[in-house]
Design a protein around this ligand. Structure first.
Ligand SMILES: *Cc1c(COP(=O)(O)O)cnc(C)c1O
Ligand code: SF4
Length: 346
């Protein structure tokens, strides 16, 4: 975990109305995230016997769900699409052929501690190893983050400074918005001072599960960067975007705001849900960017959607949405020079 510090940077006391509006701070939501399976089930009015596959707390990738996310789950519904994304089940331990610990060959793409360099012109910085939520389908769940965290002095950023072919720096993780605003501001200041970097992109799921993470300090820091800023949020289901969540995202609308989703069996693998997701995303100021095929990561086979079904679904949503609301259906292929478009090839 990242040390949680207060970010009360303003000299004046924040207005009481503002405090009331913001409610509990995002750091407090992080600290009070639910990590106990029984508590989660109780909060959504379920009994362990309501769940068809045995619920199994996992030692290496434990349950972790912030309460504002739980608030958007249905009550008494074992098939709730948000619950499904976070509830560990015994199916995770079933062996599955072709599912590995590093299916994308990420270990091979590491150029320096905390930097992945797979694609031309772009470098991915692992800003931190931790996440606000543990998504059961996560393709990085086995990644050895501890070996790749940015040190406090950002020494590996020097590698980006030396390589003038890098036009875009992508902050990912883990989740970069787990860093405090102050820590993130220092990292961004380093990146901001690199002349050949034209774009800074942040991939994050924290504002999805803790909308309060979009603080004024965060948006100010991003707005003050000399580069263009792109924020890619990770929403998978329309129920994740309720009114409070959409309101909290207004602070990010001054940036290029995109979304990437993962196509997940039993969560969002039907045309109606995907159409509704695009509609809600646009309503909140985001454009759909990618719809990822799930990667073949050990412990996630039960989320898999076949290529044939995925392509068929993609066709259906294409027939119902304007082109700009249709995400690209992609998958990662180890060693490829880009994410691969998934198309119908029989
Ligand atoms: C996905 C990814 C990128 C970015 O790819 P885009 O197609 O530009 O979104 C960059 N680096 C790594 C290591 C990635 O996995
Ligand atoms: S937020 Fe992203 S990196 Fe973190 S557990 Fe979920 S899918 Fe994985």
């Amino acid at each position: 975990m990242i040390p949680v510090k207060s970010t009360s940077t303003t000299e004046a006391e924040p207005a009481r109305s503002q405090l009331l509006r913001e409610g509990r701070s995002w750091q407090r939501e992080l600290l009070e995230a639910v990590t106990d399976v029984d508590e989660l089930l109780r909060l959504v009015a379920l009994d362990p016997s309501d769940i068809r596959t045995a619920v199994e707390p996992s030692a290496d990738f434990p349950l972790r769900v912030p309460r504002p996310y739980i608030a958007r789950m249905g009550r008494g519904d074992p098939d709730d699409p948000l619950l499904r994304q976070v509830l560990p089940t015994s199916r995770e331990t079933e062996p599955a052929i072709g599912y590995g610990f590093d299916p994308l060959g990420e270990a091979a793409a590491v150029v320096d501690a905390g930097i992945l360099r797979k694609y031309d012109g772009r470098a991915l910085v692992i800003a931190t190893g931790s996440c606000a939520v543990h998504c059961r389908y996560c393709f990085r769940r086995h990644f050895p983050y501890a070996d790749h965290r940015q040190d406090r002095r950002f020494e590996s950023i020097a590698a980006l400074r030396r390589d003038s072919t890098i036009r875009e720096v992508i902050l990912s993780g883990g989740d970069p918005l787990m860093l405090t605003d102050a820590h993130l501001a220092r990292l961004l200041a380093e990146l901001g001072s690199i002349d050949h970097v034209a774009r800074i992109r942040i991939h994050t799921r924290v504002p999805v599960v803790i909308p309060q993470r979009v603080t004024p300090a965060l948006t100010e820091t991003l707005a003050n960067l000399p580069q263009r800023v792109v924020v890619v949020l990770h929403f998978n289901h329309p129920n994740e975007i309720d009114r409070d969540c959409a309101t909290s995202l207004t602070g990010l609308r001054r940036f290029t705001l995109l979304n990437q989703s993962v196509l997940l069996r039993g969560v969002n693998d039907d045309a109606h849900t995907l159409v509704e997701l695009s509609e809600r995303l646009f309503g909140a100021g985001l454009l759909p960017y990618y719809l990822h095929m799930p990667d073949a990561v050990a412990g996630t086979a039960h989320f898999d959607v076949s290529q044939r079904r995925a392509v068929a679904l993609h066709r259906q949503i294409q027939a119902r949405l304007p082109g700009y609301l249709v995400p690209r259906l992609v998958r990662e292929v180890p060693g490829g020079n880009a994410k691969e478009l998934v198309i119908d090839d029989g």
